[in-house]
Design a protein around this ligand. Structure first.
Ligand code: FVH
Length: 292
């Protein structure tokens, strides 16, 4: 939507799992849509759903002022757009990439005459176009583009604009995915401990969910430490106690015949911070070891 009440035509390049969900959300909302996919058999069914199917990416780009790309990676984006005329286009890149890739892609697009917005999708295909699912997209880059195209961008998922720096959407995206990766590691270790031990995984799962939910506000404490510079503020369980407790975690892993390889890198950092004389802190000081 171009904020005049008209549903403006938009072009979508990429009809993988995510692109397909995006296309269906825009079509369901009544947006005129032109689609293109490298493997044309994935695009053809969209003609029956009301989309215009372009034969080439350049033709698809020419069809609309708003062009959204959702491809495998940044290399695919460069390849797909190589022959497209981007002058006067609003280019929104929902392909997952690094902050540096997003900044380089923004410069590349602007040199070709386009406004550029990068997006980091915090959702999975089934939640796209589902109001109340909690899914959203981080956006960064041209604020003018974001504001002008907001109604169309808000159809597949919620929107969170995080700044003019085109790398910021990717940075937020990857930081949250990194936090999730750590959670997956902890959950994997926990299930390894109870596996084949007369504890049913289905009974254990809600305990894991409740515990992680109760512990999640730990992130607010970390933020408070980093903002104040006082890593001891509000600490209830200090590093000295936790390092002591780590030996119980490791011994239990040994008793249960489970490798502790998912835990030991973090524990080693905790021990280094303790050895540096910070036993009265929580674990925030580990961040200093990672970044300095
Ligand atoms: N699916 C998910 O759960 C996640 C959720 C969070 C965001 N990611 C990112 O979204 C991007 C697209 O992901 P996807 O799920 O649609 O991925 P695929 O189903 O594997 O589809 C990939 C599409 O990219 C096309 N493609 C690949 N290489 C090229 C190329 N060199 N030139 C042009 N197009 C290319 C591919 O085309 P084809 O193989 O069908 O011909 C698909 O359209 C991604 O960044 C996720 O990290 C998804």
């Amino acid at each position: 939507n171009d904020n005049t009440g008209e549903k403006s035509r938009l072009t979508l390049l990429g009809l993988g799992a995510m692109g397909t969900a995006l296309a269906r959300a825009w079509l369901a909302a009544g947006h005129p849509l032109t689609v293109w996919n490298r493997t044309s058999s994935r695009a053809e069914p969209f003609a029956a759903e009301g989309a215009a199917v372009a034969g080439t990416a350049a033709e698809a780009v020419a069809a609309s002022d708003l062009v959204v790309v959702c491809l495998l990676d940044d290399v695919s984006v460069g390849e797909a757009l190589a022959d497209a005329d981007l002058r006067g286009k609003d280019l929104v890149d929902l392909t997952t990439g690094t902050p540096a890739q997003a900044r380089a892609r923004a410069e590349w697009a602007e040199k070709r005459g386009a406004r550029f917005l990068d997006g980091g999708i915090m959702a999975v295909p089934p939640t796209i176009g589902t109001p109340g699912s909690g899914g959203y997209v981080f956006y960064s880059g041209s604020r003018a583009l974001f504001e002008a195209r907001h109604s169309a961008l808000a159809i597949p998922a919620g929107t969170r604009y995080v700044g003019e720096d085109p790398g910021f959407a990717a940075l937020h995206d990857v930081a949250l995915l990194s936090a999730m990766t750590g959670m997956f590691a902890g959950v994997s270790h926990a299930f390894a401990l109870i596996r084949d031990k007369d504890i049913a995984p289905k009974d254990f799962a809600p305990l894991v969910v409740d515990w992680l939910t109760a512990m999640a506000p730990y992130a607010y404490g970390v933020a408070d430490h980093l903002e104040s510079g006082d890593y001891t503020k509000g600490v209830v369980s200090n590093l000295a106690m936790m390092v002591e407790g780590n030996s119980t975690l490791l011994r239990t892993a040994g008793e249960q015949g489970v490798s502790a390889e998912l835990l030991t890198p973090f524990m080693a950092l905790m021990e280094r911070r303790l050895a540096d004389g910070h036993g009265d802190e929580g674990t925030t000081g580990v961040i200093d070891l990672l970044t300095r």
